[in-house]
Design a protein around this ligand. Structure first.
Ligand SMILES: [Zn+2]
Length: 183
């Protein structure tokens, strides 16, 4: 993980460009096994060469759920992420906000970057996300599991919040961006 700092800086540049541009989000393309299952994540590939198979398996499950019912998939993945994060806080694996990026890295979910922490809003990005990295612009977000994880962890650590995914490869962006709004 030597060059993760440099990598994060490059990703922040992509994020800044997006935030400053007014380009419309993509849509109209359909998700298929051909354009979704096979992806090479440069950072995680370096960490473990079998990353491609790991992501492929996860996406097979995720795609199956989407095909069966997009709304059920959202509900279940969000709930699963939320419950998991609550458990990780209770078991002490996540003790504070700084532990969240570590868990995301260790479980190879993605590179988590807290870009803004203000009074009642927090902005969190994910790069090379397991759920959506390099996915085509399908006009919807894909990272409900990740959103649930963030929401659950933040609820246990800070308080009740609404977590929304604003940027996603599924929306035509090159990263995921979440907004956590505390009540
Ligand atoms: Zn996403």
């Amino acid at each position: 993980m030597e060059d993760i700092g440099i990598l994060m800086e490059k990703w922040r540049e992509v994020y800044r460009e997006k935030v400053n541009s007014k380009k419309r989000n993509g849509e109209g393309v359909t998700l298929t096994p051909e354009n979704y299952f096979n992806v090479i994540r440069p950072f995680f590939m370096k960490v473990s060469p079998e990353d491609k198979e790991y992501v492929r398996t996860f996406r097979m499950v995720s795609y199956g759920m989407l095909e069966y019912s997009p709304s059920l998939r959202t509900l279940i993945l969000r709930g699963a992420g939320y419950n998991l994060a609550s458990r990780l806080v209770e078991s002490g694996e996540i003790r504070d906000i700084e532990d969240l990026p570590k868990v995301f890295l260790n479980q190879k979910i993605g590179i988590l970057d807290i870009v803004d922490e203000s009074f009642n809003v927090m902005k969190i990005n994910i790069y090379e996300c397991m759920s959506c990295y390099k996915a085509p612009p399908i006009g919807r977000t894909l990272c409900d599991f990740e959103a649930g994880l963030i929401q659950g962890a933040m609820e246990k650590l800070i308080g009740e919040n609404v977590t929304r995914e604003i940027y996603c490869w599924g929306l035509g962006n090159s990263f995921c961006g979440f907004e956590v709004i505390f009540e």
